[in-house]
Design a binder for this molecule. Structure first.
Ligand code: ZN
Length: 146
């Protein structure tokens, strides 16, 4: 007997706080794409999003789709105050992306106690209120056991 079939569950997660510089990032996430700014002149990634390249001072930028793969660098479980919009305490992690820079996100699909440094993860998207999506990371098994 299902108690959930009458009411489709609405996302409880807060939508992203969107700034002008980062609007492209969140808009793409809602479309299911994980992207970053990449300097049109020197090719370095620019994260967090900003108008000027910190390496060559160029104002020209491309939006590049990322692999979505990375590894857990470090992680915490915020307990107080209790994060809003989560049924269970989320695991907040710094993910080192294949492209060489780090993002703060959540790790899902694994107990907090089982997360370890270097854990291979891949991006997926979690729905939020207001019909948005945000990137989160889930553990993946690595081919060849590396
Ligand atoms: Zn540059």
């Amino acid at each position: 007997m299902s108690e959930t079939q009458d009411k489709p569950k609405q996302p409880q997660r807060m939508p992203p706080v969107v700034t002008l510089d980062a609007k492209f990032y969140w808009d793409n996430a809602t479309e299911g794409k994980f992207v970053a700014q990449q300097c049109s002149d020197c090719g370095e990634f620019r994260f967090p999003p900003r108008p000027m390249c910190p390496h060559c001072h160029s104002l020209d930028t491309d939006i590049t789709e990322l692999s979505g793969r990375g590894r857990v660098y470090t992680w915490i479980r915020p307990q107080h105050p209790k994060p809003m919009g989560f049924a269970e305490l989320p695991t907040v992690a710094v993910i080192e992306l294949e492209e060489g820079f780090r993002v703060v996100s959540n790790v899902v699909g694994i107990a907090f106690e089982e997360v370890e440094a270097g854990l291979p993860v891949a991006v997926e998207f979690a729905p939020t209120m207001k019909d948005k999506q945000v990137p989160v990371f889930r553990p993946v098994s690595v081919k060849g056991g590396q």
